[in-house]
Design a protein. Structure first.
Length: 284
């Protein structure tokens, strides 16, 4: 089966961008040119009649920069203060950029409790559905300024990797794209092993593949592959295809949607009895 060709027909897409794809490494400030490209790409997808949800990182980094900090803080209360400032600034920029393309951006802040509480989870799904029905583009982040859990578990939750997969399952998305600082899945760490082979397509995510990403630093990428494989497990079980690709250039979004070979594609394999809460509880 040509999974890449089928990407052209996806109707509901969740796209996650990590902090490393949004921030100038040298200054810890927002890369505004890249943000403009990201917003233009998402707006064009929306103009094609597709539902689009953006899961964005970067609030803590933006807040730290606003406070004049040269690097992100490690103390919890400082992280939360930075998030409170950074989230507002980040959303203001998204709103401005999306409005230039005649798009309506809507902010949704999630916490762990949003997903584990049945009523909250239902309410969140209803909110997403109504926003998408009204033609808005939801912009999602974890509510770091209130919930310490997400900040404390950042290593486990992988800078919004698993959050985006949970959202894909929640709203019945048929494609999840994770954009970060890695090209995709390799048989070994390409930085240390020149013979490491790139994996273009994963038709079935088995225990052998999942074990390749154990630990915060894995042997199959530049780090953080464990959370991306967990995200793949959740998204594919919900029936969505998932792609891990490099967010160095956000033009990669339309290239992926055209069926071109960028990143590693994990084929959706919907479980007969898929219960999202079961997968969420495994993360806690």
């Amino acid at each position: 089966m040509n999974y890449r060709e089928l990407l052209k027909d996806k109707k509901r897409i969740v796209i996650k961008v990590g902090s490393s794809s949004l921030i100038h490494k040298e200054t810890n400030k927002l890369d505004l040119r890249k943000l403009e490209v990201l917003v233009r790409e998402l707006s064009d997808l929306h103009n094609q009649g597709k539902d689009v949800v953006l899961v964005t990182s970067g609030a803590v980094a933006v807040g730290a920069s606003a406070f004049g900090m040269h690097e992100k803080p490690t103390e919890l209360k400082k992280k939360q203060a930075c998030s409170a400032v950074g989230q507002a600034r980040l959303m203001m920029i998204y709103q401005k950029l999306f409005s230039e393309y005649n798009q309506m951006a809507a902010q949704i802040l999630m916490t762990k409790n949003t997903m584990v509480n049945n009523l909250n989870r239902r309410n969140a799904r209803n909110t997403f559905e109504e926003l998408l029905e009204l033609g808005a583009i939801p912009v999602v982040n974890e509510n770091d300024s209130i919930s310490s859990y997400e900040l404390e578990m950042l290593e486990s939750f992988g800078d919004n990797d698993t959050l985006s997969a949970v959202i894909a399952g929640l709203i019945g998305a048929d494609l999840l794209i994770l954009l970060s600082d890695i090209d995709g899945l390799f048989t070994d760490d390409p930085n240390t092993n020149p013979d490491a082979e790139f994996i273009d397509t994963v038709e079935k995510l088995d225990e052998k593949l999942l074990s390749m990403g154990k630990g915060p630093k894995s042997k199959v990428g530049t780090g953080g592959m464990a959370t991306k494989l967990t995200a793949a497990e959740i998204a594919t079980a919900a029936g969505a295809d998932m792609i891990i690709a490099n967010g160095r250039d956000f033009h990669v979004i339309h290239k992926i949607m055209e069926g071109r070979k960028y990143g590693t594609l994990f084929a959706g394999d919907k479980k007969e009895e898929f219960f999202l809460i079961d997968y969420i509880e495994k993360l806690l």
